[in-house]
Design a protein around this ligand. Structure first.
Ligand code: 5AD
Ligand code: SF4
Length: 335
């Protein structure tokens, strides 16, 4: 099994069967995490890129079974930030030295591409990179948003298991989601995707397929998060002990896509003490601190007890593990 880790570290290739063997054997975890950490250092260095996350609307037309913001959850107090509120938060983040603003929201069509485009143009005037995480839109909408200055887009595939995908996403189409990702790539966005780990009924085989899909798409960023059950969703009864498996999926992703950006996800920190730091030492090189004001942050409850962190806290943590905050915008440097 150690040979498989070595092979992945040198050649950045594994078959689906080989990935499944690695995922099912926990005796190799330490060597896997160490190999991913070394590949991370060799390919993307010791700098950590920070992305300031603004949750600008918690209104969503979708009904993803796992998510607290699903349309059918009537217990959520819904909000939309105004353009001025978004720009205010963005300005503060820029003042705090963030170099990327991420606009994340539910699938809320109140924010037309034209309106979002106006907001993006104003943020671009601060000389920062803009990432969008707003779900599925048409090719033309993605095109307009790109022309307004957005250079990155996050859209997790969530799972590549088609049956599981349709169970988890009522009235959504796996094919359309995939098409959205290829459209984003074609339009020249730095394209981020990723998956949830620990969904009920998910197999190690399907996680292996997820990783191979990231490679097939040549994704520029991959966010992997453990599934955390939310009490106001149909999946409230499910297990939540998915931290180590999600860390393994992340580490293997680093071995196979050595030069991409990989965040230590908030869900990892939420589920396990020091999960963020452990992830940063197992292949991750990005952190996405939430800069939304505290009132709205509380209302953006995808899963409960979301961890949070600010710039100076992070600076201290990073220093203690021999890493530092990048001064660059942190685009992927293809190698
Ligand atoms: N646990 C963990 N992650 C979740 N997401 C949504 N609901 C949950 C949950 N209960 C993730 C999805 C989505 C991202 C914004 O949040 O993967 O793409
Ligand atoms: Fe909406 Fe995203 Fe939650 Fe799905 S995961 S319900 S698209 S906010």
């Amino acid at each position: 099994m150690k040979n498989l880790v070595e092979k992945a570290k040198e050649k950045h290739i594994l078959s689906a069967d080989e990935i499944v063997s690695l995922l099912s054997d926990n005796s190799i975890n330490n060597s896997l995490f160490k190999a991913a950490d070394e590949v991370r250092e060799n390919f993307v260095g010791n700098d950590i890129h920070l992305r300031a996350l603004i949750e600008f609307t918690n209104i969503c037309r979708c009904n993803c079974l796992y998510c607290g913001l699903r349309a059918e959850n009537k217990n959520v107090e819904r909000y939309r930030l105004s353009k001025d509120e978004v720009l205010d938060i963005a300005q503060n983040a820029v003042n705090s030295r963030y170099k990327t603003i991420v606009l994340q929201g539910g699938e809320d069509l109140f924010f037309s591409a034209e309106y979002l485009g106006e907001i993006i143009k104003c943020i671009k005037a601060f000389d920062v990179a803009v990432t969008l995480s707003i779900g599925e839109r048409s090719y033309d909408e993605y095109k307009l948003l790109k022309e307004c200055g957005a250079e990155r887009f996050l859209l997790r595939i969530e799972t590549t298991d088609k049956d599981l995908y349709s169970k988890m996403h009522p009235n959504m189409s796996f094919e359309n989601r995939k098409q959205c990702l290829y459209n984003l790539k074609q339009l020249g966005y730095e394209t981020g995707t990723g998956c949830l780990v620990g969904l009920p009924g998910q197999t190690l085989e399907s996680l292996a397929d997820d990783i191979l899909f990231f490679k097939e798409l040549d994704a520029d960023m991959i966010g992997i998060g453990p599934f955390i059950p939310h009490p106001q969703t149909p999946l409230k009864q499910c297990d939540s002990n998915n931290f180590w498996l999600s860390l393994k999926v992340m580490a293997i992703t680093r071995l196979l896509l050595p030069d991409i950006n990989i965040p230590a996800t908030t869900a990892m920190e939420t589920l396990y003490e020091n999960g963020r730091t452990i992830a940063l030492q197992s292949g991750a090189n990005v952190v996405m601190p939430n800069v939304t004001d505290s009132i709205h942050k509380k209302l953006y409850e995808i899963y409960p007890n979301k961890a949070s962190v600010d710039y100076s806290q992070l600076q201290n943590v990073l220093r203690s593990i021999g890493r530092r905050i990048s001064k660059e915008k942190g685009f992927r440097c293809k190698r």
